[in-house]
Design a protein around this ligand. Structure first.
Ligand SMILES: [Zn+2]
Length: 146
């Protein structure tokens, strides 16, 4: 092996699963989220759309991100999208600094439902989840569709 070179143990597979996960970049939740996708949703492989605030960009109408998402949905023939938001999200507490933690969570859950509805309008199956910490463990709960 050449110096400065690294060879991955991951097998190369030149195909797309049609799955996509959209979640926040927060490292305190990111690994658990990947585990949740694999172990709970049986999503072994998926495209990742990881950005601060996760699915919030959809309800914030951030057009450059939405444009890229639409490109991805088409190019990789995405059929199923998992949306995950999380407790203690710095994006939300920064953006909505006037809200207390209960209202912040309500806002996040509302955004999740709206984002899922938007994605369904784009023709994909969307499932929304909220992650939080309970007794030192990270728990994922499905958000009911509204
Ligand atoms: Zn976050």
């Amino acid at each position: 092996m050449k110096e400065g070179q690294f060879r991955s143990w991951t097998d190369w597979r030149n195909e797309f699963s049609g799955n996509l996960a959209i979640f926040c970049s927060d490292e305190r939740f990111a690994n658990a989220t990947l585990e949740f996708l694999r172990r709970h949703l049986d999503i072994e492989r998926c495209d990742l759309f990881v950005v601060a605030g996760g699915p919030a960009f959809l309800t914030q109408n951030e057009s450059s991100l939405i444009e890229r998402l639409e490109l991805l949905l088409r190019a990789h023939k995405i059929k199923t999208v998992a949306l995950i938001s999380h407790e203690l999200c710095g994006y939300y507490s920064h953006r909505y600094s006037d809200l207390d933690s209960d209202d912040l969570r309500r806002k996040q859950l509302e955004d999740l439902s709206k984002a899922a509805a938007l994605l369904r309008q784009m023709g994909v199956n969307a499932y929304a989840f909220f992650a939080y910490v309970e007794n030192g463990e990270i728990v994922f709960e499905e958000v009911e569709n509204q």
